[in-house]
Design a protein around this ligand. Structure first.
Ligand code: ASP
Length: 344
C-alpha cells in the first residue's frame, strides 16, 4: 500500500515537472541602447562589431538557460559581456560626466519574490551589475549609492578599477562635442526636461537583459554610464526599480534605455507591467502604448525590451534605432540595430 502511494506521488510529481517544463520556454532578449543610430554614420565594420557583441552576449545568456541555469545568472552573464565591451555605454565604455569622470548605475530584479538590487553613482566598480546583484542577494537593502556602495563592493570582494579604466577616446570626443553644443544652448535649456542636441545623440549604449528560465522565473537587469556631461551627481532611470527596470512573474519583465528623466517620471517599466497585469493587454501592446504614445507625446526618447509571463519576447522604441538581440527556444538568434528590421 505504502509503496503504491509513493509510486503515485512520484508519478504526480513527474507529471507536474514535465507540465511545468512544457509551459515555460526559455527566452532571453538584450539591448545595447537606443537613440539616433544612423546607418549612414556607421561603417560596415562598426555595424558588424555591434552585431557580433550583441550575438555573443545573448547567446552566452541563452547557454546558461539551456543548461538549466537561472534567469538571474543568464542576465548577469549577458550584461557582463556588454559591460566589458567598449562599444556600449556601460562598464568599460561608459560616457563621461561634465567633470570628465565616470559615474555608473545598475540594477537587477527577479520576478518571483520581487527582490531587487541597485547601485548608483559608482566610480571604481568594474562591473556594476555584479554589485547590484550583491545588493539584492547579500544585503538587506535595495539601493546603495556612491562611496557606501563602493565600500560594500570592497567587502564583497568585487573587482575594483581606477576610474580611468572607463576612459575611451570615442566617449571623450562625445563629451567635447556635448560641451560645445551646451555653450550654444541657453542655461535653462540645459535642463534635462528639454531635448537639446547633445542629449539626443551622444548617450547611446545603456545595456540591459531580460530572461525567462525553465522554472518560469523572469529577471531583468540594466547597466549604464548615464548621460554624457551629466552633472551634480545626476542619477538616471537605470537603477530605479520601476523606471528603467522591473520584473514580476505575474505580468512581465522590462529593461529600458533612453532619456532617463522621462523614464523616471513616467515610471516606464512598471507602467508597462501594470497594464499587462490589470488591463490584460499583451506586453507588446502595453510597451507600444507607453513608448510610442505616452512618451513620444511628451518628447521622451528611448525604448524597452521585455518578456511576458508566458515567455514571449518583445521590444518597442521611438528612436531611429536600438541595439538589440534575442533568442527564443527553437529559434535562431536575431540581432538588429535600425528601425526597419535588418535581422542578422
Ligand atoms: N537611461 C540612461 C540614463 O538616463 C541613458 C540611456 O539609456 O541612454 O541614464
Amino acid at each position: 500500500m505504502r509503496r503504491s502511494i509513493s509510486f503515485l506521488a512520484f508519478c504526480c510529481f513527474s507529471a507536474l515537472v514535465s507540465a511545468n517544463e512544457a509551459t515555460t520556454p526559455i527566452a532571453i532578449v538584450i539591448h545595447g541602447g537606443a537613440g539616433t543610430i544612423n546607418k549612414s554614420q556607421m561603417t560596415e565594420a562598426q555595424e558588424q562589431a555591434y552585431h557580433a557583441t550583441l550575438k555573443h552576449a545573448v547567446e552566452t545568456g541563452y547557454a546558461v538557460l539551456e543548461k538549466g541555469g537561472s534567469s538571474v545568472d543568464a542576465v548577469t552573464a549577458a550584461v557582463l559581456i556588454m559591460e566589458d565591451s567598449p562599444l556600449f555605454n556601460a562598464g568599460k565604455g561608459s560616457v563621461y560626466t561634465y567633470d570628465e569622470g565616470h559615474e555608473l548605475d545598475a540594477s537587477i530584479m527577479r520576478g518571483d519574490n520581487l527582490m531587487a538590487g541597485a547601485v548608483s553613482g559608482v566610480t571604481v566598480v568594474k562591473n556594476p551589475v555584479l554589485l547590484a546583484r550583491a545588493v539584492m542577494e547579500k544585503s538587506e537593502h535595495v539601493m546603495l549609492s556612491g562611496a557606501g556602495a563602493e565600500q560594500f563592493a570592497k567587502e564583497q570582494g568585487l573587482e575594483l578599477v581606477e576610474n580611468s579604466y572607463f576612459d575611451t577616446e570615442f566617449r571623450y570626443d562625445a563629451l567635447k562635442k556635448a560641451k560645445q553644443s551646451m555653450q550654444k544652448v541657453p542655461h535653462q535649456a540645459q535642463n534635462y526636461r528639454l531635448k537639446t542636441p547633445w542629449q539626443a545623440q551622444w548617450n547611446m549604449g545603456t545595456v540591459g537583459a531580460v530572461a525567462m528560465d525553465r522554472s518560469g522565473l523572469l529577471t531583468a537587469a540594466t547597466s549604464t554610464g548615464g548621460m554624457t556631461a551629466k552633472r551634480y551627481g545626476r542619477i538616471g532611470d537605470a537603477p530605479i526599480i520601476g523606471a528603467g527596470n522591473f520584473a514580476d512573474n505575474s505580468s512581465c519583465a522590462v529593461s529600458a534605455t533612453g532619456h532617463g528623466e522621462f523614464f523616471i517620471r513616467y515610471r516606464v517599466a512598471s507602467d508597462i507591467c501594470a497594464r499587462v497585469k490589470y488591463q490584460g493587454v499583451s506586453a507588446d501592446k502595453a510597451a507600444d502604448q507607453v513608448i510610442q504614445q505616452e512618451l513620444a507625446k511628451v518628447g521622451g526618447t528611448g525604448g524597452v525590451i521585455l518578456i511576458d509571463h508566458k515567455g514571449k519576447i518583445g521590444w518597442s522604441f521611438n528612436t531611429e534605432g536600438m541595439y538589440r538581440a534575442k533568442k527564443a527556444e527553437g529559434e535562431a538568434t536575431i540581432s538588429e540595430i535600425f528601425k526597419e528590421s535588418s535581422a542578422k
